[in-house]
Design a protein around this ligand. Sequence first.
Ligand code: KIV
Ligand code: ZN
Length: 507
Amino acid sequence: MQRKPFFYDITLRDGNQSLKKPWSLEEKLFIFDKIVELNIPAVEIGFPASSKMDFDSCRLLAQKADKNTVVSVLARAHKGDIDKAIEAVSCAKKPRIHTFITLSPFHMKNVLNKKPDDVARLAIDAVEYAYNNVIKENKNADVQFSVEHFGDCAKNIDFVIDVLKEIVKKGATTINLPNTVERYRPGIFLELVSKVRKSLAENITIALHNHNDLGMATATTVEGFFIGANQLECCLNGLGERAGNTDFNQVVIALHNCGVDCGINLSKIYETALLISQMSHVKIYEKAPLIGLEALAHRSGIHQDGAIKTKDMEFGAYRPIHPDLIGRSNDEKIGFTSQSGKTAIYDIIKALKYPITLQESAYLTPIAKESAEQKGELNPKEILDLYFNKICNIEGAFELVSFKQIEKGIFDLFFNFKGERKAVIGKGNGPLDACLNGLKELGFKTKLSYYKQYSLDGAEKGSSAQAMSMISMLDDNNNEIIGRAIDTSTAVANVKAIFNALNQMYK
Ligand code: KIV
Ligand code: ZN
């Protein structure tokens, strides 16, 4: 059977303690619900001994949590903290006491100023005390122990393992191995984790709690799962002390992409990320994987081409997931810069609900690139303006002055050709035919190969009263030349389209 990760959320504890303004009780309640909606099965709700506000919020959340959610509270390895923790959480249906102390040689000596054996005693006694007291209250309760600064324990790993074996005997069922400060590469840390995993019984849960000081917490956590860690401690949006904790979204999606069933409500990821950013006042970096504004944006022509060709596929040419997976529908952005190509113009105009051919977008591309070289990225409106000005209104030898119906099937056409005024009466089966016949009479090219009329209803700019004509004429070499124009009168739109095509032929 495939192993499943057990996600343990630490947003309300490690995330909260790092905020400039920790969350109020109401805010914690709101975020707790969001965590539960993501279907995360365990939540560390706070550190009751840290403040009255935190104690009160832990108690309230413990009361509120249902039977499916483990609610955990933090306590240093001493009786005072553990008593507070028990008082705050024991009303929960599935309470957990999470006690911790460092076993790192550096920290024991320089911060605790204690001998390793004395620290070991504190750790073992704390677990025993927590177990005896919490289990007495509730048979569904359990105890987690964390070796703070486990990542700094390479030199005394055998000592750490001996202490952990004692701790397990005293009743801890989850052993957390934090990389409290990320200092080295993931492989070095995971070798230590592997040693502990092999030394403890299979039924003991190994947890990972990685900080992101060097930006590799996600990698460490994901790889940690594959070497036997089951409980993955993560923060929403990667909040947490200093550079944060392991980012929940990244770990879940990386595992999901590897075929691991995480049991998480993935479609809630993006909306939750936006909410957490708003409530924490910690902006989402625009390049943040998955949730950043730019995380699904493409600007190079090659990437845009691949992205557009695979837009509706689950596996995209230049993205790790389909945006729908995390609730970011229609968020694969195509931005036009001097590095972009014709597919981008095509896609942007189509997205604005205007018709365009690849030939037309190829014609617009060098013009748009030149403009983008000066300005930087062109927004969709600027691309649309180019489309109107350069595709729907091509300047050149021909300049339409007027086109009026005299009587049914007979039209008066006035125009300038290379500055010279021309006038002709065009007769035909409708305005398009009449215009072409008039031009033919004056000796101009008039081979029509294709004609189409669009109503611009639904286009983002332009009123529903506007019509667009697209005509295609053949030049002397039988190349198709497309003319397109917009007008409130369909007849005038047709004539303008012809003139736009002629202006491409007579240069
Ligand atoms: O980073 C850490 O070591 C911690 C412990 C309290 C688990 O947050
Ligand atoms: Zn931490």
